[in-house]
Design a protein around this ligand. Structure first.
Ligand code: ATP
Ligand code: MG
Length: 290
């Protein structure tokens, strides 16, 4: 199953031996579908741009053009045209609002998962050219333990596994971590807990997962952050505009901005849900108690 990924890494390694890879490749994945990967990817891209990083999003989800829908775009070309040699990478990149560049995957991703060594080398040469345009390549891998998902994860520097506090999502996250266990020595494994009510719920869910993966898989993982359950995310999905663009002051996006600072290694406190009128009233009540 990992043959192709090891070829990919070997080729990347050959490239890296002459020149250090400057572009950081981050795969965003999940065991269970529908937990918020695409939402995290598109908003994290926007938040990383606020930190002055150049970001490209690769839609690595098979068949379903998730990232296109999230940004409300219909790109003409996809990675399929790169693989067929019809287009170069520069012609495929689609710049969307907020400065994010999208590398549409669509059906081409199926082919990407089944390339031979020569074709892979061509893709890598092209992806290597991305270093001129980007600091971070974010890949929305789609969900599950499929061949392509694992290949993308194994070719990345970091993986962000998204889960919700619901038990099926945690069990599936565990299953995914089990599948990538053999890569643990070279891969940073990060967890984002999405759709939480509060910090306590996020930490409890993470602690349960961490306990299991430490005990049964001997893996070390890292809590990258959490995102509050926020109706504005659903609203933005309907509007086909990421919440970071349509509602930049929403609690959900504040969490993603905090996660972006964790990705870039800048330490800030996690956002609380105590801003606005709620925060004002809470402070007022606290003041009255003194
Ligand atoms: N923080 C959040 N608060 C509220 N709703 C959310 C949040 N994150 C995601 N959602 C909702 O969950 C739905 C699924 O999100 P999204 O499409 O990002 O998941 P996914 O993991 O990419 O799904 P798939 O596996 O199908 O690609 C969205 O339509 C959105 O309404
Ligand atoms: Mg998705």
């Amino acid at each position: 199953m990992y043959d192709q990924a090891s070829t990919l890494r070997k080729l990347a390694g050959e490239r890296d031996s002459t020149r250090k890879r400057n572009m950081r490749v981050i795969a965003v994945s999940s065991g269970k579908g529908g937990v918020g990967k695409t939402s995290l990817v598109v908003n994290l891209a926007l938040a990383l741009i606020e930190h002055n990083h150049r970001v490209i999003v690769l839609d690595g989800d098979l068949g379903l053009a998730n990232v296109d829908v999230a940004f409300g775009i219909t790109p003409r070309y996809s990675i399929k045209h790169l693989l067929s040699g019809e287009k170069g990478i520069e012609e495929i990149l689609y710049e969307v609002e907020g400065g994010v560049k999208v590398l549409p995957g669509a059906s081409g991703v199926i082919e990407l998962a089944n390339l031979d060594r020569g074709q892979l080398k061509n893709v890598l040469v092209n992806l290597g050219r991305l270093e001129k345009y980007t600091d971070i390549l974010l890949i929305d891998t789609g969900a599950g333990l499929g061949h392509n998902v694992l290949n993308f994860i194994c070719a990345s520097d970091d993986v962000i596994v998204v889960m919700t506090p619901e038990p099926p999502s945690m069990t599936d996250a565990y299953g995914l971590l089990k599948s990538i266990r053999s890569q643990a020595d070279r891969l940073n494994i990060n967890i984002v807990v999405n759709r939480v009510k509060n910090e306590i719920e996020a930490k409890q869910a993470y602690d349960r997962l961490e306990h299991a993966v430490t005990k049964f898989l001997g893996l070390s993982i890292n809590l990258l952050g959490w995102v509050y359950d926020d109706p504005l995310v659903g609203k933005s999905v309907m509007e086909q505009k990421p919440v970071g663009l349509s509602h930049p002051t929403s609690y959900a996006y504040k969490c993603v901005q905090w996660i972006a600072s964790n990705v870039t290694g800048i330490f800030v406190d996690p956002p609380t849900q105590n801003g606005g009128i709620k925060g004002f009233l809470t402070s007022l009540l606290k003041g009255n108690q003194n």
